[in-house]
Design a protein around this ligand. Sequence first.
Ligand code: AMP
Ligand code: MN
Ligand code: ZN
Length: 811
Amino acid sequence: MDSSKSKDSTNSGLQETNSDINDEEKNDLCPGFKDADAFVKYGLGAVLSATKASAGLPQTGDEYDFYRSFPGFQEFCESQGDKLLHCMSQIMQHHGCRSRMRDRNKLTGLEERFDLVVDSNDVILERVGILLDEADGVNRNQQPVMPAEFQPPKIVVSSWNRMGSSSGSRSETFRLLQAKNIARPQMKFKEKVDNSNTPFIPKIFIKPNAVKPLPSYFTNKQIRKERPEDLDVPAALADFIHQQRTQEHVEDMFAHPYQYELDHLTIQESVLSKPEPQMYKPLTETKCSFIDTLDDLVALNEKLCKLSEFAVDLEHHSYRSFLGLTCLIQISSREEDFIIDAIELRSELYILNEAFTDPAIVKVFHGADSDIEWLQRDFGLYVVNLFDTHQASRALNLARHSLDQLLKHFCNVNSEKRYQLADWRIRPLPDEMVQYARMDTHYLLYIYDCVRVQLLDFNHGQPGLLQSVWNKSKDISLKKYTKPIFTEESYLELQRKQKRSFNTQQLTAFRLLFAWRDKLARQEDESTGFTLPTHMMNKISEELPKEPQGIIACCNPVPPLVRQQVNELHLLVQQAREMPLLKVRKDGCQKVSESDLQHCSPDGKLDTLIRLIILLILNSASFLKELETQNDHESLSVAQMKARRIIECFENPFRMYLPSSDVHISKNAKFDPSSKIFEISKRWKLLSMEQQQKELEAKKEANKKAKEEAKERTKKESLQNVATVRQQAAVSGGKKRERVASEVGESTPKPSKKQMKSAEKPQKTEPPPKDSFKPFDYSQSDLKVFAGMYFMLTICLFLLYRGFRHNWPKR
Ligand code: AMP
Ligand code: MN
Ligand code: ZN
């Protein structure tokens, strides 16, 4: 099948030309065959016999190895193999897929080739699907031209999405108009794109039509361009100076530069009264100029300034850029159409502000929401006196509000939105795309007339409804562009939108991948969708592949940056796998229920006791936090007191051997014979029962004593604030009685930092004997720091034990 030809026929902008090509195509659809059926029959036969033949080949591990010991056979296989690879390569090339099948030196070998085949099959099948749909007359919503995995980074409000919303979920995937090797326009930009994770600051530096002058921040190039790192002083000082300097401008920096003008804009009488619709000129009789030089742009601006209205639309590209970039600006007057190369003239386009912000000139857009933001972001352009025909369509309660509908309704023009998602960076711009682009504005001024008439008629000649459309349009022109900002919570927003339930490991992977993707996308100036499409990110998070190859397998086709950084990604997934496994509640909290613990053991039959312990452990982190916020005993409920006591009896006896607090300890370390923690835990296990018994008794004794003493002390000193359990325990230690007493006197029920520090220090007054294991003085533990970890360790040991004697939990 000749794909290039069928593409032509699907891409033609107007419907009459379609039928000609279709007729011509019918004749040589399947050269050498009577009709398509004959071709299919033949093709099917060929595929069947090929399948049969391949099944008849000697199998590995069967006769194959034997046969292969004959050089003749080996040679034959190799040459046939090469032939096949060549054939496949050619088919792939024909379909515009990657096709380096024959490169025998490739390390990845078979797997790589297999990927290539899968990718190509996907591309070809997708194409077949589209063509079949088209033959059926379905024409899939005439969707062009985006990569299958393309996900617009955010919802773009323009004429299209009204149309899209009515056509079901199938239209979510788009195919990119294949334009290979488009040079990245960003390379040519005079001013580098600012993808940093900082808020957007308007680009404007000259303000035509100002009623209120532009704040000095924007006019003073020096302040604007100055970065802290450019100051010739030490970094910390530079930051400080920079902060001081910008602080006084903050309000201006983030305000809408034309806020004042827009707030004081009054709609002219002339546009509120009923117009006589002025018919558009036929496309063929209208001059269309492509503007890509500064001279032409200046001339255009002069022209526009003399008009009383003109129509504007933008074409945009968002796949190979982090923030997106405007590629074209289409402008139509009643007489002429203009297509501005917004990539070429990017840093000059600001001069159009003279016409765009002139309150005496109406600018007609259709669905301007995104356009307004893109104009600010890329050129520092603003619009004063906007009329949005999409708002008019809504006010008129028309059935649909897309530009297509208005064109059909008012101009009886059938437009196809085929190029809406085309790659608008292509230069030179193919003529069909120019023609398409100009249709977006060519009829708009006539539509502007028509809707104004209807809005007045609809309201029995009263201007109220029309006025409301002007007001809504003004609100749109007041919109400010905001840059996507990455925060620690950004991933949750996306995760919540997807309504997937992830466990802690999956959610961690999702969070780490999200951060990786954001950082890399900013750095490489690619969209997040290009870097790692969300559905692939979901798949990786869900599957948590153990091998880098598994990550590749989650992606089809594999995004180039994923392939490049697969090892980094693998490390992130590994990190996620080290999280304790819990389900995540809808509200994002991570409390566990007993049933969740089934996941902790492969056979799902953990002993109830163990499960209860784990439950306690897993919830202890949040519980401890809750306890920490309680100020004293009096505010603890009986249940909380009880729970606290339970937790306290889980204190870590070998805490003093562990690294200082806040050090992340990998779970694996506890199972790694070379690690310190493994050694400690083994020692602990080997501790004789006798010794443990002794300790227990000693502790009981000490506790009893402590309680008595504490009681006495409480009475004697008649304390207002009761000490915490921990402090009471500390008192019982006896060794630090004086200190603790003074602290109690200070009435600091919450353990102070100072206290924690001192608890961590090994005893200086009574150094432990070097050889023997000295039981730890429980009374000095800071349970909050290590309780959770110790719990985990206990469980790990239980599980280890179970592993060695694997019938144990069943009894
Ligand atoms: P339009 O105003 O219809 O010409 O659309 C302007 C720009 O919006 C196009 O160049 C596209 O970049 C973008 N756009 C249009 N339709 C879609 C869509 N369905 N999804 C994402 N972006 C779109
Ligand atoms: Mn538009
Ligand atoms: Zn458009």
